[in-house]
Design a protein around this ligand. Structure first.
Ligand code: NAD
Ligand code: ZN
Length: 247
């Protein structure tokens, strides 16, 4: 691994415009379970089913009890780990410009990144399905499930469920960032959820170098990534930053 850490430090230092694409894996070390991979929610339920808009519309209470309630409890107190902090440090060093994240946990902003595209929306707010009123998630009372708006409507996360469209602005800005970068760091994503997984493909097509950080191989590893640094996001990011600071 040492050689690849070295290589990544050199590639980052030499890049003109770096963009990161992150997935649930970067938040694992903050205590948030991913969907796929070891310890993922997939081992308990089929997220495609539980986190699908059709399942939510059919039975919002069930989706709140199985998925959303636990997520609220975890996210209300989660904090950034060394993976998020490493990306914030890269921005501070003037190397990284934009983070495209599939996560809805707000941890990149909490770590200090200032240009974060929330590809799948955010869990920080809940919105009423009847009147569209928004609420800060931490202030939502979950003693009754599903929680309700003052108007009586059911609240839902202001995030994208499977089966829903990507917000147009996030889609457009991500495509732009992917096509403009000369290096993309792909951290902690299984790269199977579309269209997010297309962003490294757009970057590659525009001539960018692709570096993956993940303890497991993904569908990008063979054809799209230049190399995969196999490991946990926090540890790998720490080592890359340390290497860059020592040069
Ligand atoms: P995923 O759950 O499909 O895949 C997680 C990936 O992270 C796997 O490839 C796994 O090998 C890797 N991983 C596990 N531990 C890691 C670590 N310590 N460091 C680096 N990588 C690690 O995640 P996805 O690709 O983001 O797709 C799932 C969808 O679910 C996303 O759209 C996301 O919005 C949503 N989701 C978000 C959160 C969150 O906000 N934190 C959590 C669960 C799911
Ligand atoms: Zn309402």
């Amino acid at each position: 691994m040492d050689e690849l850490i070295n290589q990544a430090a050199d590639d980052l230092a030499g890049a003109r415009h770096v963009v990161a694409l992150t997935g649930a894996g970067i938040s694992v070390e903050s205590g948030i379970a991913p969907f796929r991979g070891k310890g993922g929610l997939w081992e308990k339920y089929d997220p495609m089913e539980v986190a699908h808009i059709d399942a939510f519309m059919r039975d919002p209470g069930r989706v709140w009890s199985l998925l959303v309630k636990d997520m609220k409890v975890t996210l209300d107190t989660a904090s950034p780990n060394d993976g998020h902090k490493g990306l914030a440090k890269l921005e501070e060093m003037g190397i990284l410009s934009t983070v495209i994240t599939q996560n809805i946990d707000g941890l990149h902003q909490a770590a200090g990144n200032t240009d974060v595209i929330e590809f799948h929306g955010s869990f920080a707010r809940q919105r009423c399905m009847d009147c569209n009123q928004k609420y800060d998630t931490r202030e939502v009372d979950i003693s009754e499930i599903p929680p309700r708006c003052r108007c009586g409507g059911i609240l839902r996360p202001d995030a994208v469920f499977f089966g829903e469209m990507i917000p147009q602005d996030a889609m457009w800005r991500s495509q732009q960032a992917a096509s403009d970068c000369d290096l993309m760091l792909v951290v902690g994503t299984s790269a199977v959820v579309q269209p997010a997984a297309l962003m490294p493909v757009y970057a590659k097509q525009s001539g960018a170098k692709i570096i993956e950080i993940n303890p497991e191989k993904t569908p990008l590893t063979l054809d799209i990534s230049d190399y995969l640094i196999m490991g946990q996001a926090g540890e790998v990011m720490n080592r890359i930053i340390m290497q860059m600071e020592n040069k």
